[in-house]
Design a protein around this ligand. Sequence first.
Ligand SMILES: [Mg+2]
Length: 216
Amino acid sequence: MTGDGEGRFAFLCDFDGTVCPTQMMDFLYQRFAACGMEFAERWGRGEISTQEEIVSTFDTVSASREEMEAALDTIEIDPHFPAFLQFCRNHNYSFAIVSDGLEWYIDYILTKHDIYGVDIYANQIHFEDGEFRFEFPWYDDETPMRGVCKPMIVRRYQERGEVVVYAGDGMSDFEVVGVADLIFARRKLARFAREQGVDFTEFSDCRDLLEKWQAL
Ligand SMILES: [Mg+2]
């Protein structure tokens, strides 16, 4: 699909499990949190919100920013992501990462791979004198269990007249089903969209995503 004119599409993309094969919150929790996956598992069962999960888990982290960033240095991204991003830029499509994880590690990992200038909508961690402070600038009551209200971000692009294509893999993407104009999904998101009876395209990686998008 190429669209009728330049700038017509906005491509919004999840990060953990989509651009980055690693589930980054789990990666950090398993390495650095004394409580491990306890709160992440409660989130997965729908018992607590993203905000509660993040704040409660980081309460048990004693590692410094530098120690955690040394671990981030080992993280790979989808090797086809740079070409996918370049395709969007060449066509003047909007592109943004919309993540219920943390902007800090997304920005760190992209920069590490020489990727710059990507818009990121995510939760924020601030490192202050050995303490962690969190902000949730994209929270909305529409999705009280999420730190980032993904359907709200999708609608912002739609209200600018753009056709929103969304790609994701997990629970924090569920609320965009029925809101985004085109959905690319895998894993839990694919199962959810199927259960909802909403059309979507399954994809394996960023090369497959680009090929299938162009073929639509
Ligand atoms: Mg994900």
